[in-house]
Design a binder for this molecule. Structure first.
Ligand code: SF4
Length: 261
């Protein structure tokens, strides 16, 4: 390298050092760096990114601080109603589902009432939740199966729940976790899927694989609460189009490319 080149490199190094010193003098920046270091995250340095136990622990702590009592937003009085509400919630907001079920559940007060309902009438009752023909088919099919094969009681195992028409792992996990307190897996809906990616807890996009990844890194006793907390955070702060990172308490732990600050 020529003498001029060496001199230029030297000057740039000096400038970088000086800038770093100045930044460290800024108390807000210094505090933030300390918090990051404490959490085991060195952004830009490639250290402890991803789902290391220390980072996961820090994320869980932040979620506990923000949403200590997160729970399912679907209104229900029993496991069967929760199952029906969860089927209705596919591609639909919980608010809309609650608007529909407030009239639907009194109209069909039992599993038997749903099982023998007229399909066209149920379709009409649930039309505003979208995909109403498929949902009506699932609701009637599921109700019939519960009535005929499970003595009218919602089954309590993943294996049995997955035999019900229109019930996949997400729905089964919601029912098992919320209605029965059984943690067989992690609920992966659109919010959990997006947040798992943004928080670098999974590199997969297939919900089943995301769930497997989360089950690997989240302690079993946290599965149920963690799912609700992620859903709440996704709804309130880490929204799909424009995450509200400025209000996000996970921000020091997040290095998503979608960040808005
Ligand atoms: S910092 Fe932004 S992108 Fe990261 S979790 Fe928070 S809201 Fe989501």
């Amino acid at each position: 390298m020529s003498g001029a080149g060496t001199h230029l490199c030297y000057s740039l190094r000096e400038m970088a050092k000086r800038r770093e010193k100045q930044t460290d003098k800024n108390p807000a920046v210094a505090l933030k760096r300390a918090t990051d270091r404490q959490a085991g995250v060195a952004r830009g340095g490639g250290v402890d990114r991803g789902a290391s136990p220390a980072r996961v622990k820090a994320i869980l702590k932040k979620l506990d601080e923000a949403y200590p009592a997160a729970t399912c937003a679907l209104k229900h009085e029993n496991a069967f109603q929760l199952l029906i509400a969860t089927i209705l919630s596919a591609q639909c907001t919980d608010v809309r589902v609650n608007e529909v079920t407030v009239k639907l559940f009194p109209k069909y007060p039992s599993c038997k009432a749903f099982a023998y309902a007229h399909p066209a009438e149920i379709e009409n009752d649930i039309r505003s939740t979208g995909f109403f023909r498929n949902k009506a088919k699932s609701i009637i099919g599921t109700s019939k199966k519960i009535l005929e094969e499970y003595h009218g009681e919602v089954p309590k195992t993943m294996e049995q729940l997955l035999t019900l028409p229109g019930v996949a792992r997400k729905t089964a996990n919601v029912v098992l976790g919320t209605a029965f307190g059984i943690a067989d897996g992690v609920v992966v809906d659109t919010h959990v899927q997006r947040l798992a990616e943004r928080l670098d807890l999974s590199k997969n996009s297939d919900p089943k694989k995301v769930e497997q990844d989360l089950m690997q890194v989240i302690p079993h006793e946290k599965w149920i609460l963690f799912s609700h907390q992620m859903i709440w955070h996704g709804r309130r702060i880490c929204q799909a189009r424009k995450p509200r990172c400025i209000e996000c308490n996970l921000e020091p732990l997040c290095y998503s490319k979608d960040k808005t600050i």
